[in-house]
Design a protein around this ligand. Structure first.
Ligand SMILES: Nc1ncnc2c1ncn2[C@@H]1O[C@H](COP(=O)(O)OP(=O)(O)OP(=O)(O)O)[C@@H](O)[C@H]1O
Ligand SMILES: [Mg+2]
Length: 350
């Protein structure tokens, strides 16, 4: 798929901007604070109806305006979709071809965006939450039932934590919520394990293309209880063993909400041992890997790479560009960009 046009109104620093893009490489350049990240934020907003910067909608609206607006035409094979989003301080509304969309999974079907942002360099050095988010977002996009499991799990987890906090809980109720956690954990772990296994082969190929070196790269996922025939029984026992400590800390200390993934390069953990450049390339490889899981050419995700070139030496930049030329549509932002054959969008500081 590709984003053909994007108009933003009162979106961040852009009071009005009308942009045309093309399939293949699109470069968005301009000096610092000219609004490059803001444009790719709007493109990402099309896919999840939220910002990737973890901010309130209110922060997105230009200064003291009433609302922000995004209009876009997205092409998927012979299908054309007009997406219209209005963001107010009180909420947002999303229309696809004039019809209101309320389920996130319906929007993700229309626009799929994979993002690499500067803070992803710290993906393997930061908290497990970022890495779980990567798994959860991509699995939810591919398998809506996974999002369902996660939502139900989180609801049960909140209930269990409330009970633990209350200090005066009903044992039967606690057992019921624990059983619910176990029930949803089973399929969640299955999906995570399958996904990580699939991604492993893709990751090897991408890293080789980006580095040119045959390094041994491996992604690891260890579920909190291994996924076998006895899963329910073993998981319940694990919760029972942890109960005393959970009561003391007033929170559920084990479960899929605490799991993590890691990546090793030549047998060593990339977060601990990898250089800044290696962390950048492997994080980039991981963030774009879901592209290769989508088999239908028309549905291939749009790739957004915010400030990906900085800190990469010339050879790695050239390799990356060569690699990116094969994708359906890619947006790259940077202060100084020049790539033959790419569509060039220049932003000026207001
Ligand atoms: N709600 C808002 N209203 C008005 N201006 C805003 C709003 N939110 C952010 N800005 C401004 O938008 C400007 C551009 O931000 P953006 O992050 O897109 O720049 P950039 O071109 O990506 O810069 P850099 O090269 O440093 O990454 C900033 O100066 C910021 O203060
Ligand atoms: Mg920026």
């Amino acid at each position: 798929m590709f984003v053909k046009s994007l108009s933003v109104r009162n979106f961040r620093n852009h009071t009005y901007k009308d942009l045309e893009f093309s399939p293949g490489l699109n470069l968005i350049s301009g000096v610092n604070a000219s609004g490059k990240t803001n444009i790719v934020e709007a493109i990402y907003y099309l896919s999840l109806a939220r910002s990737f910067r973890g901010v309130d909608d209110e922060d997105i609206i230009y200064r003291s305006s009433e609302y922000a607006e995004i209009d876009s035409l997205v092409v998927e094979g012979s299908l054309k979709r007009k997406i219209h989003i209005i963001i107010t301080k009180k909420g947002r509304s999303v229309l696809v071809n004039g019809k209101k969309v309320s389920k996130l999974s319906d929007l993700t079907k229309c626009v799929n965006v994979l993002l690499f942002e500067p803070k992803d360099v710290l993906l393997f050095r930061g908290t497990p939450k970022e890495r779980r988010n990567f798994l959860d977002i991509n699995l939810s996009k591919q398998f809506p039932i996974y999002l369902e499991y996660i939502s139900r799990y989180e609801k049960a987890l909140r209930q269990r934590n409330e009970l633990l906090k209350s200090g005066n809980y009903d044992q039967k109720l606690l057992d019921t919520t624990t059983e619910l956690l176990v029930k949803y954990s089973g399929p969640i772990i299955k999906y995570r394990a399958m996904y990580v296994k699939d991604i492993n082969d893709i990751l090897i190929k991408i890293t080789r293309a980006l580095t040119g070196v045959k390094e041994k790269i491996e992604i690891h996922y260890r579920p909190f209880v291994s996924d076998d025939a006895d899963f329910n029984k073993v998981a319940l026992e694990a919760y029972n063993r942890a109960l005393e400590s959970d009561l003391k800390h007033k929170a559920t200390s084990i479960g899929i909400h605490r799991e993590d993934i890691s990546v090793s390069l030549n047998g060593k953990d990339i977060g601990t041992f990898g250089s800044q450049g290696e962390n950048r390339l492997v994080a980039l490889a991981l963030k774009i890997s879901p592209y290769f899981m989508v088999k239908d050419e028309d549905k291939k995700p749009v790739i957004v790479l915010d400030d990906v070139m900085s800190e990469l030496d010339e050879e790695h930049q050239a390799r990356l560009i060569k690699f990116l030329k094969n994708f359906s549509q890619v947006f790259i932002t940077g202060t100084e960009l020049n790539i033959d054959g790419a569509t060039h969008i220049q932003l000026n500081k207001a």
